[in-house]
Write a protein that binds this ligand. Structure first.
Ligand code: N01
Length: 533
């Protein structure tokens, strides 16, 4: 590290979209900052998740930075939903364009951050043995950056190769002629299965819980769409800030059961044909009213039956035990149709669980399967995983992991009481993963940057969430979640995919636009709920 043992205004952890923009923003304010990044390059999610078919599920025109007019003018997306290599090129372009890499230390993992109450400064230690001092720390560690450690018995015995979607080899993988087993049917699997199936001699998909998926209808962005976006971009970008998800999906205000069945059929079909998350906006109450939700679930089930030729396979692919949209909806290209291929087999491991991985493949309760390769698409320790893995110690020697033993507690998803001057970008308790992450990242980065300027203007040494404000916010986040159907699913939103993780709905479900206004009001009231020292 060129800048070893130095002192900074801010240490930023992570060089994904959040860390990069944070660095750029702070530099513009004349602040010194250094970024530590575990990976060998920028891009975060898009650096690691290189599995076949990886692409964004929010339209690229919207899933991109809006803070620089020049950047917007010089970058052109090729497809509605850009593939991972293009997103990584974009991240690289941003890093180069704003000359960010000179302040990013790659291949370096932050292991500890300790707040010193005497000096009001953080001491940040890396796995390279360096310790730097900073007034502030910004955790730009990502919401889905730590893979779950799924420990199948016998995994070390497997004679073939095991791949994880979230740690895919940079050189790619050629599955031609191979027998491939895929474990998991979340977004990562749903994107990769159709492409692996095209290569593999035989593919077996092990599904524990079926997911709802909608087609992306991806393709090149038509010139007239681009021209309109460019001409009206400022207006669109502004409007995005008031949406529930930080992206456009034409939300209807109509209640489901107030519409006729014929309306349901045409409205869901219209939105299915548009593709992506448009379908979430079909009616206003799909996420809060069980009876309304059943209408969407029935439409989805009918779609699966109409695409998948074998009724038994269609039945296994149809979710039955949680409301539609309460696990993250997947956006796919050809997922269900892939199960019509002769070389693809679906195994229901809820009915017959995996017992172990063997030297030759996978053994379930009912059968044994032979593979050359196994792909684990088994998910992430979402929203808290990366923070839990850093030894963050605040006032009184308290570890954040211990403070969060019963589930994360934050004020606005931005700060934690007892941990002064430490910010979490898109942290638990903020809209985060329910939104267009780039929109949420920009909002948080700008809020934090403004806050640091304000502190500097007052000559203040510290800012921290009060316990009272934090308790009030946690209650509000929980209350909003309880009014939705989300808690009825065993999802990663609920922490339910990690054994032993407290069951708590992690993001703020009140909508991005509402949340942004709350954050602005907090500032207008002189950083209400924060203690400044
Ligand atoms: O992970 P997941 P993911 N035995 O947790 C199964 C974002 N993302 O990486 O549901 C057997 O959704 C598990 O089964 P179950 C997006 O936000 C976005 O796919 O727990 N199976 C599930 O089927 C997404 O939601 C894109 O019963 C086991 C699967 O593994 C989030 O990342 C693309 C198991 C994990 O699915 C996570 O998606 C990719 C076990 N022991 C990801 N443990 C875009 O489109 C787990 N499973 C932009």
């Amino acid at each position: 590290m060129a800048q070893a043992n130095r002192s900074f205004d801010v240490v930023i952890v992570g060089a994904g979209f959040a860390g990069m923009y944070m660095l750029h923003k702070l530099r513009g304010q004349g602040m010194t900052a250094i970024v530590f990044e575990a990976g060998g390059g920028v891009g975060g999610t898009w650096f690691w998740n290189r599995y076949p078919g990886a692409r964004v599920d929010i339209r690229s025109l919207e899933y991109s930075f809006s803070f620089s007019e020049e950047l917007e003018n010089e970058w052109k997306w090729s497809e509605h939903y850009a593939p991972q290599p293009e997103l990584l090129r974009y991240a690289e372009h941003v890093a180069d364009r704003f000359d960010l890499k000179r302040d990013i230390v790659f291949n370096t993992r932050v292991e500890a951050a300790v707040f010193d109450e005497a000096s009001n400064r953080w001491s940040v230690t890396t796995d390279g043995g360096d310790t730097v001092s900073a007034q502030h720390v910004v955790m730009a560690t990502g919401s889905l950056s730590v893979p779950t450690n799924v420990d199948f018995a016998g995994i070390e015995d497997f004679g073939g190769t095991i791949y994880r979607t979230s740690q895919w080899p940079h050189e790619g993988v050629d599955f031609s002629g191979q027998r491939v087993g895929v474990i998991g049917t979340g977004s990562s699997a749903i994107q990769s299965i159709p492409l692996i199936a095209e290569q593999a001699a035989k593919m077996t998909v092990f599904q524990r819980t079926p997911n709802y998926s909608v087609p992306a209808h991806n393709g090149p962005i038509a010139e007239d769409v681009y021209a309109d976006w460019t001409a009206r971009r400022a207006e669109y970008r502004l409007a995005m800030k008031s949406t529930a998800g930080g992206f456009f999906n034409d939300p209807s205000e109509q209640l489901t059961l107030e519409a006729a069945p014929e309306h349901h059929a045409t409205e869901f079909e219209r939105r299915w044909q548009i593709g992506g998350f448009h379908i979430l906006g079909a009616y206003a109450d799909l996420g809060i009213d069980s009876e309304a939700n059943k209408v969407a679930a029935a439409f989805a089930a009918e779609k699966i039956r109409s695409i998948v030729k074998d009724p038994a396979v269609a039945d296994i692919l149809t979710p039955k035990d949680y409301p539609w949209g309460t696990k993250r909806l997947c956006v796919d290209s050809n997922y269900y149709a892939t199960f019509n291929r002769d070389n693809v087999e679906l195994v229901d491991i809820k009915a017959a669980p995996i017992e172990r991985i063997t030297a030759g493949g996978v053994k379930t309760r009912d059968a044994e399967y032979s593979f050359d390769a196994i792909v684990l698409a088994t998910g992430f320790d979402a929203m808290t995983g990366a923070l839990d893995r850093i030894a963050i110690t605040g006032r009184g020697g308290v570890r954040m992991k211990d403070r969060w033993a019963e589930g994360p507690r934050t004020y606005l998803g931005l700060m934690v009481s007892g941990f002064p001057n430490l910010f979490t970008v898109t942290g638990p308790g903020s809209p985060s993963v329910l939104t267009n992450m780039v929109t949420s990242i920009e909002q948080h980065v700008e809020w934090i940057a403004d806050c640091l300027l304000w502190l500097r203007g007052r000559g203040a040494a510290t800012i921290e969430a009060t316990l009272e404000a934090e308790n009030g916010w946690v209650d509000q986040v929980n209350e909003i979640a309880a009014g939705t159907l989300f808690p009825q699913a065993n999802s990663w939103y609920m922490g339910a995919n990690v054994p032993g993780k407290p069951r708590q709905f992690l993001p703020f479900a009140g909508g991005f636009g509402v949340y942004r206004e709350i954050c602005e009001e907090v500032v207008e009231r002189g950083y209400e709920g924060f203690a400044v020292g």
